[in-house]
Design a protein around this ligand. Structure first.
Ligand code: PGA
Length: 254
């Protein structure tokens, strides 16, 4: 049984004070949810204050990026140990906005994933997904396969087992244009197939594959009914308390 994850990717939004206010209300509203893993991923400066509010609750903390070195002359970067020290249990790696604006490649994703796994206790949420022109040119499966094989290169099945994958078609992120359940499931099933090839069926059966890209209360039901969709990485709809709570609650009723 794969326990679904509902993860809010807050991107560059909310000051520490706003984040604390948000999670204080969220904590109250979701306190009875046990069958779903709830994750919030604030900006770095809000991690510690949010960790204080959600400690001993059912809400988990995630960061939005991590560096592949432990420490040193890397101005502006944060290491896996530092994230753990701030109370994080998850970290998003290779988000398409990092790939698009900050030079993230499958090789840098690979470095970050390896370092995070070494740090132990921090779960990478590895993001993959095709751009619109790639989909239109029928390159979706090729792009996604390369991102997985390169991003996870050199990892042992036991390491791969610890990952969460997020399939986020770039054309659906922040656009209001969600993948249909059929479009998403087709790629999720393909991803699980690739994971099975590189890590074995036992491992691929256990890995949670999240969908991301304009997931909201109106479209969550169709997506979550799909066999290979194990939750969501949610941007815009996770910034509003009511919509994030209804996404979580919908999934509770699944
Ligand atoms: P969105 O963002 O839900 O606003 O489309 C998802 C993401 O970028 O992780």
């Amino acid at each position: 049984m794969r326990k679904p994850i509902l993860a809010g990717n807050w991107k560059m939004n909310m000051t520490a004070a706003e984040a604390v206010e948000f999670v204080s209300s969220l904590k109250e509203k979701v306190k009875d949810v046990t069958e779903r893993e709830i994750v919030v991923c604030p900006v770095f400066t809000a991690l510690r204050p949010v960790a204080e509010v959600i400690k001993a609750s059912n809400i988990h903390l995630g960061a939005q990026n991590v560096h592949w070195e432990e420490s040193g002359a890397f101005t502006g970067e944060v290491s896996a140990e530092m994230l753990k020290d701030s109370g994080c249990e998850f970290v998003i790696i290779g988000h398409s906005e990092r790939r698009q604006y900050f030079g993230e490649t499958d090789q840098t994703v690979n470095g970050r994933v390896k370092k995070v796994l070494e740090a132990d206790g921090l779960t990478p949420i590895v993001c993959i997904g095709e751009k619109l022109e790639e989909r239109e040119n029928e390159l979706t499966f090729k792009v996604v396969e390369t991102q997985i094989r390169e991003g996870l290169k050199g990892l042992k099945p036991d390491d791969i087992k610890k990952l969460v994958i997020a399939y986020e078609p770039v054309w659906a992120i922040g656009t209001g244009r969600t993948a249909t359940p059929q479009q998403a499931e087709e790629v999720h099933a393909f991803i699980r197939g690739i994971l099975s090839q590189i890590a074995g069926e036992g491992v691929s059966d256990e890995i949670r594959i999240l969908y991301g890209g304009s997931m909201k209360p109106e479209n969550v039901s169709g997506l979550m009914e799909c066999e290979n969709i194990d939750g969501g990485l949610i941007g815009g709809a996770a910034l509003k308390l009511d919509s994030f709570v209804s996404l979580i609650n919908y999934c509770t009723m699944r």
